[in-house]
Design a protein around this ligand. Sequence first.
Ligand SMILES: Cc1cc2nc3c(=O)[nH]c(=O)nc-3n(C[C@H](O)[C@H](O)[C@H](O)COP(=O)(O)OP(=O)(O)OC[C@H]3O[C@@H](n4cnc5c(N)ncnc54)[C@H](O)[C@@H]3O)c2cc1C
Length: 459
Amino acid sequence: MVKERVRILVVGGGYVGMYTALRLQRKLKRQLRRGDIEITVVSPDPYMTYQPFLPEAAAGSISPRHVVVPLRRVLPECRVVIGEVTAVDHAVRTAAVTTLATERHGRAAELFGYDELVLAPGSVSRTLPVPGLAEHAIGFKTVEEAIGLRNHVIEQMDIASSTRDPALRDAALTFVFVGGGYAGVEALGELQDMARYAARYYPNLRPEDMKWVLVEATGRVLPEVGPELGRHTVTQLRRRNIQVLLDTRLESCAGRVAVLSDGRRFPTRTVVWTAGVKPHPVLAATDLPLDPRGRLRCTAQLAVEGTEHAWAAGDAAAVPDVTATEPGATTAPNAQHALRQARVLGDNIVHTLRGEPLRTYSHRQLGAVASLGLHKGVAQVYGRRLTGRPAWLLHRAYHLSRVPTFNRKARVLAEWTLAGLFKREIVSLGSLEHPRAEFERAAGGKPPRRHPDPPKGSS
Ligand SMILES: Cc1cc2nc3c(=O)[nH]c(=O)nc-3n(C[C@H](O)[C@H](O)[C@H](O)COP(=O)(O)OP(=O)(O)OC[C@H]3O[C@@H](n4cnc5c(N)ncnc54)[C@H](O)[C@@H]3O)c2cc1C
């Protein structure tokens, strides 16, 4: 079968990167042990983030460590390199990689040669040239952002409860989320739920004092669950005193004032930007074909179009949706597709090495689930619609079944069980982001404030 040492380079350690490497590791076990094949996974972080759990991590229902999967533990047969691919020259089969070592010692990127390339760097937040956005807003794609936002929200409650300045109090208690997709709605739903609960521990703060605002440019939220459940979600959020502003855009957040396209102005210290994603910009630094949206053009077998030995899937790839009726449709950027595509992609690399025919990726979306806070949710499965606690339970059951490794499943389940028995955690550990502050103060350096800055990127 495999005659010479084949080098497989996987760019990205997210859904596609990790699951493809897992598949290859399982299917090519003997060749890997014999040294006939080498798999290298390049990822900026040593872990895969299970993004659907980020809203629950922000609410404190799941610890940050249990939202991530350590790559070295699940991929013992692969070489895991912590670094970033900065360019790919597929014509000569090389990728430029910066690692911590190259960065810290000012060295040039290293060139990694490969025989098969899996390009899965996912997506980044799609921002717009809104004044003040880069300075004051925070995204919601990483575990650092989710935990930073949790700490920030609790800190705003501390600020509000300790000031006599009504303008500062009002701004601290106003939370603006932009974008009504999964990330925005779930993050807002979970954080508002947590903050309302936490308010009982602040004698001078009532849940009604807080202003939670969801700004959505289109006329609907959560398009994944369908129009009816989208409308239901809006009604539920409004019942919870959340202002859902449809057909409205954020025009500016300069000077800590969120200005909307309908003329409304919200002085605020919190703007969360979840208005969609765009393919990772590293794709533009390759010699591979991109579609007008910047995604890698792929075949339904997950090979990059018009090339050999280059593969892609997930948020970074334009994969034809062979189940769709309209011509030219591509699969949506979500975890359901990313996970399933990774399996087919892994199999197709093995088929290529063995000279066998390739599999076609075909998957019809079965449904969608979303959590709107503790015991609240919406779900649409096989055409059936669920709301409230049943939907929330389904959301938890589905994601528990999907989160990788038995170890993670057991830990998450244990946390949920314990959370059902005890009160919610309402502490902010924002000072963890500044571990040297206390020592610097003791050592007589510039006396830093105990909570020097809001979380990275937030106002
Ligand atoms: C808050 C949130 C909630 C979500 N909830 C759901 C949900 O409920 N259901 C659902 O179906 N989908 C959900 N999604 C979407 C889903 O998580 C993504 O579609 C999925 O992660 C895409 O997988 P991917 O492998 O393409 O990208 P990712 O999983 O993002 O992985 C990309 C990886 O590439 C790495 N990388 C980036 N640049 C480089 C580089 N230059 N070199 C090397 N590595 C690089 C990144 O660090 C990352 O590890 C959610 C997303 C978010 C943000």
